[in-house]
Design a protein around this ligand. Structure first.
Ligand code: SAM
Ligand code: SF4
Ligand code: F3S
Length: 372
C-alpha cells in the first residue's frame, strides 16, 4: 500500500522550506504527499517556538489529530521544528501519541528514523545540530518544489543572541551552505518552473562561505535566465555590508523591498535587547539605499512593550515608523521565552502593551495603504 504523509507547518518561511524538503526526502522511502489529514499514515507537525504558547499549540494540535483518527489506524506521529528542539524527549513523556522527535538540524535522519520505528516500534528523538550533514544529504535529493515563487535556504542558525530570542537555541550556530550547492538547487527550482527565488536564513545577510557573501550569490543567481526576481529574508542591520548595498546599484533582478527588522526605535531598548546596532546605524543604511534607488521600500519586525520600554522609547519607535514609512511589517508584544536572558524580566502592563501595539499597527497599516 502507498504510504502517505501529511505535514502541518507553523512558523517562518524556513519551516516552510524545511517541510518541502522533508516531502522530497520521504519520497525516497515510498511516501507520497497528501493534503488530507484522514488519508495519512504519517502525520508530521513542523513547529515554531518564537512566541508564547508554542508548546501548548502543539499539544492542542495533537488532540485534534487524535480525534480525527479515533476510529482509524493511528498514524506515525512526528514532531519536528523548533519546539521539538527545545523540548526534546520531554514531549515523548508528556504525550504518548507522539512517536518521533526531530530537531531542525537533523532532517537528514528522517528516513532512517522512520524505517527504524517501523521495524522496532521504539520511540526516538534526534536533536543534534549537524547542519553540514543535513544539507549534504538534502543536496543529493532533488528539490521538487514546483511553485512560481520558491524558498531556498542558504544560511541557518544565529550567533547573535538577542536577549528575547530562542533561535540561537533552536537552530544552533550560524552556518552557510556551500555556494555551488545553492546554485545547483536554484537551477533545479528554475527547471521546475520557479521564476522568483526567495533566499532564506535566520540571518540571511550574514551568509559567508569561503569569502562568498550574499552579494556574490545574488549576482551569480541573476545569471540563470529563468529567474526573474530575487528576494532575501531575514536580515540583521549589522550584516548589511557595503557590497550588499552596492548590489542594489548593479542588480537587475533583486526586488526593491528590504526586510530589515529594527525591533525598536529607541537605542536604550535596542541595548537592553542586545541588538548591537543603533538607530543611527539603521538610518544610515536606509538613506544609502534610498540614494541608490528612491523606490526601495523597507519593512521590519517590531517588538512592542519590551521590558524597560518607557513612553519616551515607544514614541521613538513611532518617530522611526514616520521617518522610514515601513510597509509589510510584523509587530508583536514581547513574549517571554524560556531559556533566554529576557525570560524573567518584569513585564509592562498588559493594557498599556496592547494600546501601544494598536498604535503601531495602525501606523503601519496607514503606510501600507498610502504606498499601495
Ligand atoms: N534574525 C531576525 C532579526 O534579527 O531581525 C529575526 C528572526 S526571528 C525568527 C523573527 C522575529 O520574531 C524577530 O524579528 C522578532 O521581531 C520576533 N520575535 C523573536 N522573539 C520574540 C519574542 N520573544 N517576543 C516577541 N517577538 C519575538
Ligand atoms: Fe533571533 Fe534574529 Fe536576534 Fe538571531 S539576530 S537572536 S535570529 S532576533
Ligand atoms: Fe519559529 Fe524556529 Fe522559525 S522558532 S520563526 S520556526 S526559526
Amino acid at each position: 500500500m502507498q504510504q502517505k504523509i501529511f505535514i502541518k507547518t507553523f512558523g517562518c518561511q524556513m519551516n516552510e522550506y524545511d517541510s518541502n524538503r522533508i516531502y522530497d526526502a520521504v519520497r525516497e522511502i515510498g511516501f507520497e504527499k497528501t493534503v488530507k489529514y484522514e488519508e495519512a499514515n504519517c502525520y508530521l507537525l513542523n513547529t515554531c517556538h518564537i512566541r508564547d504558547k508554542a508548546k501548548e499549540k502543539v499539544y492542542h494540535e495533537i488532540g485534534r489529530v487524535k480525534k480525527i483518527f479515533r476510529l482509524k489506524t493511528k498514524p506515525l506521529v512526528i514532531i519536528a521544528g523548533c519546539v521539538a528542539q527545545a523540548e526534546q524527549e520531554e514531549m515523548l513523556k508528556r504525550e504518548p501519541y507522539i512517536d518521533l522527535i526531530l530537531g531542525p538540524q537533523a532532517y537528514h535522519k528522517i528516513n532512517d528514523t522512520i524505517l527504524k520505528y517501523q521495524n522496532e516500534k521504539r520511540k526516538n528523538e534526534e536533536t543534534e545540530f549537524d547542519a553540514i550533514t543535513k544539507f549534504e544529504y538534502l543536496s543529493k535529493i532533488k528539490n521538487q518544489t514546483t511553485t512560481i515563487s520558491s524558498f531556498l535556504t542558504i544560511q541557518e542558525g544565529c550567533d547573535k543572541f538577542c536577549h528575547f530570542c530562542v533561535v540561537p537555541y533552536t537552530r544552533g550556530p550560524e552556518y552557510s551552505r556551500p555556494f555551488n550547492q545553492i546554485i545547483d538547487e536554484a537551477r533545479q527550482l528554475v527547471n521546475h518552473g520557479s521564476k522568483e527565488i526567495i533566499l532564506l536564513g535566520q540571518n540571511v545577510n550574514a551568509y559567508n562561505f569561503e569569502s562568498f557573501r550574499l552579494s556574490d550569490l545574488i549576482l551569480e543567481l541573476e545569471k540563470l535566465s529563468g529567474i526573474e526576481r530575487i528576494r532575501y529574508t531575514t536580515s540583521h542591520p549589522n550584516d548589511m555590508t557595503e557590497d550588499l548595498i552596492d548590489v542594489y546599484k548593479n542588480s537587475k533582478k533583486l526586488m526593491p523591498l528590504v526586510h530589515l527588522p529594527v525591533q525598536s526605535g529607541s537605542d536604550k531598548v535596542l541595548n537592553l535587547m542586545n541588538r548591537k546596532h543603533s538607530i543611527k546605524n539603521y538610518l544610515t543604511i536606509f538613506y544609502k539605499l534610498k540614494k541608490i534607488n528612491p523606490n526601495i521600500e523597507f519593512s521590519s519586525d517590531f517588538i512592542i512593550a519590551y521590558p524597560g520600554e518607557e513612553q519616551i522609547d515607544f514614541e521613538k519607535t513611532i518617530k522611526l515608523i514616520d521617518e522610514v514609512k515601513f510597509i509589510n511589517s510584523f509587530s508583536f508584544i514581547f513574549s517571554p521565552r524560556p531559556g533566554t536572558v529576557a525570560a524573567d524580566l518584569p513585564l509592562i502592563d498588559k493594557k498599556k502593551s496592547i494600546e501601544r501595539l494598536e498604535i503601531v499597527q495602525q501606523k503601519l497599516f496607514n503606510n501600507q495603504i498610502n504606498i499601495n
